[in-house]
Design a protein around this ligand. Structure first.
Ligand SMILES: [Zn+2]
Length: 950
């Protein structure tokens, strides 16, 4: 249903949206595609106000300010920024798990490990297992006597002398252990401080972690790792793999993978010493398939007395009127609340035959039945269930006096809704994750609302409505509500369970439980992966301050560390103008390759060894850094292994027609998961919140990257090829011969150790003098537009349509002279727009000329000078609409006092569009492209088409 909490995310999302625009469609995003596909469908409901609602259909526009002159970042840089904005949630989680004795068998056949938690009541780690034959959930409680702990560099005796620790109710004992300190490449004696429960270690005030602070300096290590993870790492458990219970013990089920395949895989990726261990450890991760898991998707609808007001889950004032459920075994159900004198309505033609509607006279009975059903499933899927559906059900149940402890399957955590038995996966959070949206799903949807996601992934969207939710007849309400749950389910099913399998692979690689991996981002996944690597190798996990101190001569404060910037990627000055037959060569996964080849990891850049410091063949260009010659870096080795596994094995197999469909599909899932990790490896290294953040390492990666581009440029020029442009990992060459391209590729492999690939050849590329701003036209007529992203979504439809037509004209140009003809045609397009704006020809509808801008605060909070969209919002309010903060206002610009008119008030009214303002808009949209092909907008404004006739 409705949820308004995603506003904050909107601005962030679109930044990531325009990475690799490769066609006109991509440039404008899925919005236009959707509209095209929708032509035969009933029009979407016309709301007075369009909310920034992830589950409503109308496309919201972003409120992002447009810094016109700002240079745009490359995909890598943008992704690194995304990563940098993520903050890992490290608060300890104590789970309320409801288990009966019958749920914890002493023996259980091979089952799928969904999660490892800390069960508060039992004071033990607890594993959730899905047994695929019975399709039931089972639990296993730790029987190994594992306890929460942290490390300290204080000797055991010293720790026990600290009164507050000795008398701490949770304190158990100390042990002295030897761990490898990678930063100094030496064994270190540490004291392990054990406690009876996780909160005694950290996360509560007065915890042992706090008592290990002396004179303002913390002497605690690994004290911020959640116990559920700590346990997983220590036992080397892989969530997402198959485990069985044997005589009370949890044991890994042996993998059924063909030994021959593993052997071949080993030969393919093992190109250096040390990798064999990684191969053995990761083979089950990459080669064990994922079973289908019994699951249900749930969606609720809530009565709303005021149109468009989002019901607040915290107060849950209004009744739940429908609960839709769709499971993967064909059970389709909608629970519907009977209301006085409410019409039943009729079943539409598309009403699903097997949808069972169950009516309830009392809301409390309906919710109890929903709870009963939810409790029977191992996995419950929602879209925005954390913030809305499950959250609302919980609070509504509380309000109705339902015994939450006994009858409610939901427990609420901080910003999330968990289940006492099963796993709740909120697909909204998972699909919003840029790693998933951009890299794994190739940007199939741009906006993270259920309608856009479903259209992008499944090709179907939400149902259109004949009325607002509260006014819908029962049958239509049931159909609508169930349909939302059905598409939520299908998002996890399409392409042979692609998304479900992807989630499981990410669990395995990151060692996180299903509910964590779907809620956290890539930096948490990578952090977790390397925590496991450290524990497996018996290494101490360094703290940020340890890395910083080891790398610099003087101690630095946290603020200084976070404030530092380093030199990024290189952009070669563009040769402005139109260039025919330009070829683009780019480096395949440049940064991960550099990390592997140059051994870049936090412990190997500026390592502690004198012989490395004094050597000459390991210097990072343009910097004072060096890399280690004695030890293989943990990050460089792992990232390199992932990269090779992806490129040398799974990528090719995902497209290999000689393989069976199942193998191909699986390879494609593994390839996608690895891509996510490999692509982010540089980003996290340079992200100041990342546990293993290391400035010299990030600096070294970009330095080698610049070096690669510059030496390629020099090499090309020495071969007589003009370099037109270059950015981060690609160079644009002026009409190189096939032999020259091949020579450069060979040279790069030999000299740089990086795969340079011929990416594409343009019919022509038009470079503007501004960096990262060009259009490229392919021989097939396709057009690639780079660098106009700022204009993107705020652009009204009429201007987007005109822009598309302009690109169509430019795509047909075959020679320098062709631009003269194109100019005439573009002038025609512009003049047709002006005609329509002036009311000659077919006038534009208000929607076509609407600007869509979000109001970010309550209307009362805006000052004296009110921007246009706020003025429009005030007009809506005066007309009786509810306009809370976060609402997206659609308005047109008119001549007259106010200068604006909300689209919803424009129906049946007469008004004059403010033509000049609209021409300005068109100008700004056309300008950059015209600039790159050497035309000026002003030249196009002459007389209009009609005037030509007179
Ligand atoms: Zn070294």
């Amino acid at each position: 249903m409705k949820y308004s909490g995603e506003r904050e995310h909107l601005a962030k999302e679109k930044k990531a949206a325009n990475k690799d625009q490769s066609s006109i469609e991509d440039f404008f995003g899925s919005k236009h595609r959707d509209e095209d596909a929708q032509n035969d469908e009933p029009p979407a409901p016309v709301y007075g106000v369009v909310e920034a609602n992830p589950r409503a259909s109308p496309p919201p526009a972003p409120p992002k300010p447009e810094p016109a002159q700002e240079e745009q970042a490359s995909a890598e840089e943008e992704y690194a920024e995304e990563v940098a904005e993520e903050v890992a949630e490290e608060a300890e989680v104590i789970t309320e798990v409801r288990v009966a004795d019958s749920d914890t068998p002493q023996d259980l056949p091979s089952s799928f490990l969904l999660s490892v938690d800390y069960a508060g009541q039992q004071r033990k780690a607890i594993a959730r297992l899905y047994e695929p034959k019975s399709k039931n959930l089972y639990f296993w409680l730790d029987n190994t006597g594992h306890y929460p702990y942290c490390y300290t560099d204080l000797p055991a005796q010293a720790v026990e002398k600290i009164d507050r620790i000795r008398r701490h109710s949770g304190f158990m004992r100390t042990e002295t252990v030897q761990l490898l300190d990678l930063l100094h490449d030496q064994q270190k004696s540490m004291t392990k401080v054990l406690a009876g429960d996780p909160l005694s270690i950290g996360g509560s005030s007065g915890s042992i972690r706090e008592m290990l602070v002396q004179d303002g300096v913390s002497h605690a290590w690994e004290a911020n790792i959640r116990y559920r993870n700590c346990y997983t790492y220590d036992r080397d458990i892989v969530p997402g793999l198959m485990y069985k219970i044997e005589r009370g013990n949890l044991v890994l089920s042996s993998s059924k993978t063909d030994d021959k395949i593993i052997e071949e895989f080993r030969k393919t990726v093992q190109d250096e010493e040390g990798v064999e261990k990684l191969v053995s450890r990761y083979a089950p991760v990459f080669f064990t398939d994922v079973p289908d898991i019994r699951r249900v998707a749930v969606d609720i609808e809530v009565f709303a007395p005021v149109k468009n007001r989002v019901p607040d889950p915290a107060t849950a004032n209004y009744e739940v009127i429908a609960v839709g459920l769709a499971d993967n075994e064909g059970h389709d159900k909608c629970l519907v609340l009977k209301r006085k004198n409410h019409p039943e309505g009729k079943k539409g033609n598309d009403f699903p035959a097997n949808l069972e509607i169950v009516y309830f006279d009392k809301e409390v009975d309906m919710i109890q039945e929903a709870f009963r059903l939810i409790d029977t499933y191992p996995i419950v899927l929602t879209f925005v269930g954390d913030a809305f559906d499950l959250n609302y059900l919980y609070h509504r149940a509380e309000r109705l006096g339902i015994d939450l402890k006994r009858n409610c399957p939901i427990t609420l955590g901080k910003d999330m809704a968990l289940l006492k038995r099963g796993i709740h996966v909120d697909l909204y959070k998972f699909l919003k994750n840029p790693s998933i949206r951009i890299y794994a799903l190739s940007g199939a949807y741009e906006q993270n609302n259920l309608d856009a996601v479903a259209k992008g992934l499944l090709g179907v969207g939400k149902l259109g409505l004949s009325n607002d939710i509260s006014g819908l007849p029962y049958l239509e309400l049931a159909h609508y509500c169930w349909n939302d749950s059905s598409i939520t389910l299908r998002i996890t099913q399409f392409d042979s369970n692609l998304l479900l399998r992807l989630i499981v692979l990410l669990m395995r690689i990151s060692r996180l439980s299903m509910e964590d991996v779907t809620r956290q981002g890539i930096s948490s996944w990578i952090q977790s992966l390397f925590r496991q690597e450290h524990r497996t190798r018996k290494c101490l996990i360094p703290r940020q301050v340890d890395i910083e101190t080891a790398k610099s001569s003087e101690a630095q404060t946290e603020a200084v560390i976070k404030d530092k910037r380093f030199k990024g990627a290189i952009v070669i000055e563009p040769v402005a103008g139109v260039h025919f037959n330009a070829t683009v060569l780019d480096f395949a996964s440049l940064y991960p390759t550099i990390m592997k080849r140059h051994n870049i990891s936090y412990e190997t850049v500026d390592c502690p060894h004198d012989e490395c410091r004094n050597a000459t063949d390991n210097r990072v260009p343009e910097t004072s850094h060096w890399t280690c010659k004695k030890r293989r870096g943990m990050i460089s080795q792992t990232v390199g292994f992932f990269r090779d596994t992806r490129v040398k094995w799974f990528k090719g197999r995902s497209k290999d027609a000689s393989l069976d469909d199942k193998t191909r599909k699986w390879s494609s899932v593994v390839e996608k998961a690895l891509k996510v990790f490999v692509n982010a490896s540089y980003g996290v290294t340079g992200a100041s919140h990342f546990e293993l953040f290391c400035m010299p390492a990030a600096e070294s990666v970009t330095a080698y990257g610049r070096n690669a581009i510059l030496s390629t440029k020099a090499r090309a020029e020495s071969m007589g090829i003009r370099v037109l442009y270059g950015d981060t990992d690609s160079v644009f060459l002026d009409n190189p011969s096939r032999e020259q391209q091949e020579q450069l590729v060979q040279w790069s492999r030999k000299e740089l150790g990086i795969d340079l690939e011929v990416d594409k050849t343009y019919k022509y590329v038009a470079l503007s003098a501004r960096k990262k701003n060009y259009i490229g036209v392919y021989k097939t007529g396709g057009v690639e537009v780079k660098g106009l992203s700022g204009k993107k979504r705020n652009t009204p439809d009429f201007a987007q349509a005109a822009f598309k037509r302009m690109l169509g004209v430019l795509s047909k140009v075959d020679s320098v002279d062709g631009f003269e003809t194109a100019k005439v045609e573009i002038r025609d397009i512009v003049n047709q727009v002006i005609d329509r704006l002036e009311g000659r020809g077919e006038p534009y509808t208000p929607e076509e000329v609407a600007f869509r801008v979000q109001i970010t605060k309550d209307l009362g909070q805006y000052g004296k000078t009110k921007p246009q969209h706020v003025r429009a919002a005030l007009m809506l309010k005066a007309a009786g609409y509810d306009v809370p903060a976060g609402t997206i206002i659609s308005y047109i610009k008119t001549k007259g006092d106010e200068g604006v008119l909300p689209v919803d008030l424009a129906q049946g009214k007469s008004y004059w569009l403010d033509k000049d303002k609209y021409i300005d808009t068109l100008h700004s949209v056309f300008e950059q492209v015209l600039d790159s092909v050497g035309l000026e907008f002003e030249e196009l404004l002459g007389f209009t088409t009609l005037e030509q006739f007179f």
